[in-house]
Design a protein around this ligand. Structure first.
Ligand SMILES: [Zn+2]
Length: 472
């Protein structure tokens, strides 16, 4: 039961009490756990293996293999997982701890979802995640500390600093960088505060982008970008580590457009719809990204919400929304859905096609939820949607799971620790009552999420956030 605290005195005494009760969403918290008779999808792209056992000891994977070969310790807490699948905890990399509140009469505004989003992300199986740009940096830091201390449930967080944006800044809550020197100053300031990656945004010019990359790389930290005023080619040649939104934010193909021009989404969509993926310009760009080891983040769930064919949220998703957020979402969805169909369908097909080609060419494709826009994507449910859409793009379910697990871990440099089911790694595991290797939508049957060997009940986490999103 949660208590609303209105007085600062009450808040202080709660903080001093400090010894948190065990969270009611914790299902298993014992040192030795045996998961028996499961189907295992290892996150590395190997075919699923049947009749497998996994032993967890002190938060790590102590043994894994065929049932007949794994010895079950006498003191183990045993779970029979016949008919169920175990996969690694998801590692998604374009996440946010905020949600858009998009009232038609008011400016675009972003609210920190300190309570609901960490729970929603964990409930859907995300055990590690990188935020993709911060709106309330000190809240993000505090949420990470509380999760790490075991005070609240949530994934292991890797934090990206506040957006490094040019002019005009897209949202009032985002500052605009004044010069390359200012860009470097901001990188160093937020790195000192504890942020480990940086995101350049749509209007940042080339010189500032280069200054961000130089300052971040000097500290061995990464830079990703939702580009607009810089081409993908220039960013790759300048040493950027990662590009957000697949190929959606690419200005490279717009006729007459050059670096430092303003992004033009209408021109981009038209150019996209008409592009030939076999052309030297497109094929050469994909090869450049592969050669330069630039990762590409697929965020198909959020991009889907902007087209007139956008699906509507499931009942379960709608139930997570607070009443005003639901009203905002449903009216925005209706307006988008009623829009005249233009070149969206052709552009959408090309987006899927380029992500598939990048993946097949050996590029590091990673995935993210990006719960932004008009509020059509919610943490957790939207995370599943983004993985389902990778399968729509042509990846096999096993490949899509790899993108959402070990590929994300590789990008974050934590692949020795998590992202695959290998003896010695952290026991970050998801138990699904179905077979997502055959039917990716079975991810929605997630039952248990292990983080460092502690199992959370997915259903209880979802139940704990009903009617929360948009407010808390
Ligand atoms: Zn984002």
């Amino acid at each position: 039961m949660r208590t609303l605290l209105f007085s600062a005195g009450a808040l202080v005494s709660l903080t001093l009490a400090a010894q948190p009760a065990r969270d009611p969403s914790i299902a298993i918290q014992t040192p030795v756990i045996a998961l028996l008779h499961a189907r295992v999808v290892d996150g590395l792209g190997h075919p699923p293996r049947e009749n497998q056992s996994i032993i967890i000891r002190d938060g790590r994977i102590a043994a894994a293999g065929p049932d007949a070969e794994v010895i079950v310790p006498a003191d183990a807490t045993v779970r029979d997982l016949a008919g169920k699948t175990v996969l690694p905890g998801l590692v998604l990399v374009h996440e946010h701890l905020y949600y858009s509140v998009f009232a038609p009469h008011a400016p675009f505004h972003l609210n920190e979802m300190e309570y609901s989003f960490p729970r929603l992300y964990l409930a859907c199986g995300i055990t590690s995640m990188r935020t993709g740009g911060s709106i309330e940096p000190y809240a993000d830091l505090q949420i990470k500390r509380r999760i790490d201390a075991g005070q609240v449930p949530g994934p292991k967080l890797h934090l990206t600093a506040p957006y490094l944006e040019g002019k005009p800044a897209a949202v009032a809550q985002i500052d605009a960088v004044d010069s390359p020197e200012d860009a470097a100053r901001m990188v160093n300031y937020w790195a000192d505060e504890g942020f480990t990656s940086f995101k350049v945004y749509m209007h940042l010019p080339v010189a500032e982008l280069k200054a961000v990359i130089a300052a971040a790389h000097q500290r061995h930290l990464q830079v990703t970008g939702h580009l607009g005023a810089v081409s993908y080619r220039t960013a790759a040649e300048s040493g950027i580590d990662n590009l957000e939104h697949g190929f959606f934010a690419m200005s490279d193909l717009n006729p007459g457009w050059k670096d430092n021009d303003q992004p033009n989404s209408i021109a981009s969509q038209k150019a996209f719809a008409e592009m030939n993926p076999d052309s030297p310009a497109v094929a050469g760009l994909i090869q450049l990204l592969v050669d330069k080891h630039v990762a590409v983040t697929s965020t198909l769930a959020i991009l889907e919400t902007f087209g007139p064919e956008c699906r509507i949220m499931s009942t379960a998703e709608l139930e997570t929304l607070s009443a005003p957020a639901r009203e905002n979402y449903l009216s925005s969805w209706a307006a988008v859905h009623a829009r005249k169909r233009g070149s969206e369908a052709a552009a959408w097909a090309k987006l899927l096609e380029l992500e598939l080609r990048f993946f097949r060419a050996g590029g590091l494709l990673v995935a993210g939820t990006d719960p932004t826009g008009y509020g059509g994507v919610v943490a957790g449910y939207g995370s599943w949607r983004t993985i389902e859409l990778l399968v729509s793009a042509g990846l096999t379910p096993v490949e899509a799971i790899r993108v959402a697990t070990s590929n994300g871990a590789r990008l974050l440099g934590i692949d020795r620790e998590t992202g695959s089911i290998v003896v010695g790694k952290a026991a970050d595991l998801v138990v699904v009552a179905g077979n997502p290797a055959a039917e990716i939508a079975d991810l929605r049957k997630t039952e248990l999420v292990f983080k460092d060997g502690v199992a959370f009940d997915s259903r209880k986490l979802f139940d704990s956030v009903k009617a929360s999103v948009g407010i808390e």
